[in-house]
Design a protein around this ligand. Structure first.
Ligand SMILES: [Zn+2]
Length: 217
């Protein structure tokens, strides 16, 4: 199987506990489950409804604040006029927290707010937390998000990075969630930046990455 990000040939391994086949690209460090395991939209929806993230949940609020504490000092806030939370889940909490910082923020989710995306609207900042691990086609979605950014706009993504070690991966809880199908590291995003002409700004080495769309010239 070729890598769905960089097209290099991947190694394959079987997860001992679940018997699921995975593909691991040494080049861009992307790992993905066999596409046979990808679930349809209705099945995913059942699982997401169990998440029950609440706007009143202090842990959830703290989690987003932690994300913003990493992202916001690395961007020029005066250049951010309009933001989008892509894949917000059932709450607009992250959008509200950005509004509290004086940033006008839209929010969209394919399940909970499917009609919120304006085809022509462009953004200076797009945030996406706990979304990419669910995507059947993350490369295409990455490109779509870049297309929604103004030149010099920022893309901030939160996703747990894997350790690039198959022994640890076998024991990790994260792939055992049936809706988690693709797994990244900072390197994977760096390769995506090279493919789509973006600038890699920074990551926290664990689960957050910040990128910037280059202006054409
Ligand atoms: Zn690859």
């Amino acid at each position: 199987m070729d890598c769905h990000i960089c097209n290099k040939v991947c190694n394959s391994f079987i997860h001992q506990k679940t018997g699921i086949q995975y593909y691991h690209c040494e080049e861009c460090e992307y790992i993905f489950k066999s596409p046979k395991c990808y679930q349809n939209f209705e099945k995913q929806k059942e699982r997401y409804n169990l998440h029950q993230n609440s706007e009143r949940d202090e842990g959830y609020r703290a989690y987003f604040k932690h994300f913003l504490k990493f992202i916001l000092p690395n961007i020029s806030l005066s250049d951010i006029h309009r933001a989008l939370d892509f894949g917000c889940g059932c709450t607009s909490l992250l959008a509200q927290l950005l509004e509290d910082k004086g940033i006008n923020c839209d929010y969209y989710d394919p399940i909970y707010y499917p009609d919120n995306l304006d085809i022509v609207k462009k953004y200076d900042l797009i945030v996406s937390t706990e979304v990419f691990e669910h995507l059947h086609n993350p490369k295409e979605v990455f490109k779509e998000l870049l297309d929604r950014l103004n030149d010099n706009g920022y893309l901030a993504i939160q996703i747990e990075f894997h350790t690039n070690d198959q022994v640890t991966f076998q024991k990790w809880w994260y792939p055992q969630d049936t809706t988690h199908i693709v797994f990244f590291r900072a390197k994977t995003f760096s390769v995506l930046c090279d493919i789509y002409n973006c600038r890699y700004i920074t990551d926290n080495g664990k689960n957050m990455v910040l990128l910037k769309k280059n202006s054409p010239f």
